[in-house]
Ligand binder design. Sequence first.
Ligand code: 13P
Ligand code: SF4
Length: 301
Amino acid sequence: MTKRVVTLAHYYTQPEIQQMADKVGDSLELSLYAREAEADIIVFAGVRFMAETAKILNPQAEVILPDAGSTCSLVTQTDVAALKAWREEHADYVHVSYINSSAEHKALSDWIVTSRNVDDIIAHLYEQGKKVIFSPDRNMGAYLNYQYGYDMPLWSAVCEVHDKFNEAALNEALSAVTGKAHLIAHPESPLPVLKRADYVGSTSGMLNWVKQFKGSPEEVIFVATEDGILYNMSQARPDLDLRQAPIYAGCQCNSCPYMKMNTIEAVKRAQQGGGTHIDYLSTEQMDAARVPIERMLEFSQ
Ligand code: 13P
Ligand code: SF4
């Protein structure tokens, strides 16, 4: 019998890959889609933690990552043994972890969040009088502490792509614009950049902001995130002057090497059953990681 294949792609993949997908979205949308997908095979054109999350949420499906190298610096910069010790030092805290984390990391967490629901989930915990520790993204945590006056102890890993955006290059680019300029940014960016932003949010959140933009087409919109989503933004609003925020003067060139490993050949091969099968997580590991993920999905629905 022919196998039912569902292909998912994150916004940071190349346009050609997005066109091969049944669903394109942010981490939260793709997790929800993967959980409900009636598929024998889920090809995840994204990075490993996304494919692992899909497997945890839909363990019946065979989940395939097109390229074994598609990791994420937030995962590789986090030593799980050290994280466990840090978590134990803060035994009376609620541990909130960003979805950009390994399955083992998730199993050491009370809640998983994505960039779309992190503000609401942490606000909910503070409303209940909880003390919160946040991992692994130091930039995102610093932004939450700054924006809402929290005092969360933070783990210290960064997204190697977003961490490159910098204030000096941004100031130079903004001052070169004669008319009005705006900045929208992903919360993995450094705090000085986020402080300048008109909007901070997930990839889908930024895309919606652009779709709903009501200013004049002469106004410039700088986007501090990975370059892939500029395709979706310019498809949705070809009338706007959209520019990727610079990482140094004159360079609009920030791209995630791991997302870009999803080549056409690798995705086609995965759709035929080749590639990295996410079949190495034990039932116990998946059961433990599923608890904080499901807690988030229930909160966000
Ligand atoms: P989103 O959930 O906002 O799509 O972010 C995923 C990601 O890896 C950003 O670098
Ligand atoms: Fe990870 Fe950054 Fe790439 Fe997103 S853009 S997958 S956070 S390395």
